[in-house]
Design a protein. Structure first.
Length: 342
């Protein structure tokens, strides 16, 4: 009998692969820690009665573990957003940045960094709040313009307005950078994508938003399957097309806003991961969406590890690594898919 979703065995396998990757990424670095020692330190920190101490414990618990957890959560969020957008728009080139929401979130974060907008006792909160606010503002502007041009909110209209808005937001970002003064270096490094300095509070924010918005996206799997046969056909079989569109777009906007505010602009993860996963799971979104979350977490953790190890002790922005690897992977996937159709 054909199953729409995964069973407990598959989820246990996904979880095991993700946890092993996380452990390896926490252990490796400019100062490598044995895997067994890494596992013991983390286990004692979570379940042990004695608080871990020593140099290794300090490196793992204070620096690497919160960073790698944030990397995994951002990878999962970007990937599920990409899979949902590709299904919603029926466009293999779609991801969380297609609508221009990512550019809007980046604009909010750049303004926060350039002009030092913060919340007392929560230095990163100003960037997070502005990024999310600008992400939603971008979504409202894009949907309003799309609705004015096309009452049915067709896919092609939304994509076109999104591309135009991305160009507009990029020009405003360039203008802000011009007046940023000594903050230019920080903004430039941030726009290339980096999760260095991530904290457990960042991880908590990411976890909460991913649990809510990611859960909403996972719940739209059946409807996104219906979109594959066209919006008109989906409407005929009882799908509330506008409601699903707005639900997916709002959820994606919230996730992208938080990811951009914490990790900067990280490209290609949301675009490439769903294509890789689709080759394994097939196009069924009931299977594709959860698998994309695990796949994105693993992919971004490995890219972040490469960014830390490649030129150590120097560190590359993870966005540079994902763009280089993602571009090569996407060309390979596109080439192999075209050959298989011949």
């Amino acid at each position: 009998m054909h199953r729409e979703g995964y069973g407990i065995t598959e989820y246990l396998l996904f979880t095991a692969v993700t946890l092993v990757t996380l452990l390896v990424c926490v252990a490796a670095g400019s100062i490598s820690v044995p895997l067994g020692e890494t596992a013991r330190i983390i286990w004692n920190a979570v379940f042990g009665s004695v608080k871990p101490d020593g140099t290794y414990a300090s490196i793992i618990l204070s620096v690497r573990l919160p960073r790698v957890i944030c990397v995994a959560l951002v990878g999962a969020a970007l990937s599920v957003c990409g899979a949902a957008m590709q299904g919603l728009l029926r466009n293999p080139l779609a991801d969380g940045s297609t609508l221009g929401v990512s550019s809007g979130a980046s604009l909010g974060a750049v303004i926060s960094i350039a002009f030092g907008i913060t919340v007392p006792s929560l230095p990163f909160a100003g960037t997070t709040v502005l990024a999310i606010a600008f992400a939603f503002l971008s979504l409202i502007i894009i949907l309003s313009l799309s609705y004015k041009l096309d009452f049915s909110l067709s896919t092609s209209t939304i994509i076109l307005i999104g591309i135009i808005f991305s160009m507009f937001a990029s020009s405003i970002i360039s203008l802000v950078i011009t007046f940023a003064g000594e903050k230019v270096g920080s903004i430039t490094f941030w726009t290339m994508g980096s999760l260095s300095g991530s904290t457990y509070l960042n991880a908590l924010v990411l976890s909460a938003v991913l649990a809510v918005c990611g859960g909403v996206l996972l719940g739209c799997g059946r409807e996104l399957n219906a979109f594959a046969i066209g919006e008109d056909n989906a409407r005929h079989i009882g799908v509330n097309v506008k409601k699903i569109k707005l639900t997916v777009l709002i959820s994606v906007s919230a996730l992208i806003g938080v990811c951009v505010s914490i990790g900067g602009t990280i490209g290609f993860v949301g675009l490439v991961t769903p294509h890789i996963v689709r080759m394994i799971t097939g196009p069924n979104h009931r299977r594709l969406l959860p698998a994309s979350m695990f796949g994105g977490a693993v992919l971004l953790m490995l890219c972040d590890l490469l960014a830390r190890m490649l030129l150590r002790p120097l560190e590359l922005p993870v966005g540079v690594v994902t763009s280089l690897i993602g571009a090569i992977l996407f060309v390979y996937i596109f080439y192999t898919s075209r050959r298989s159709r011949r």
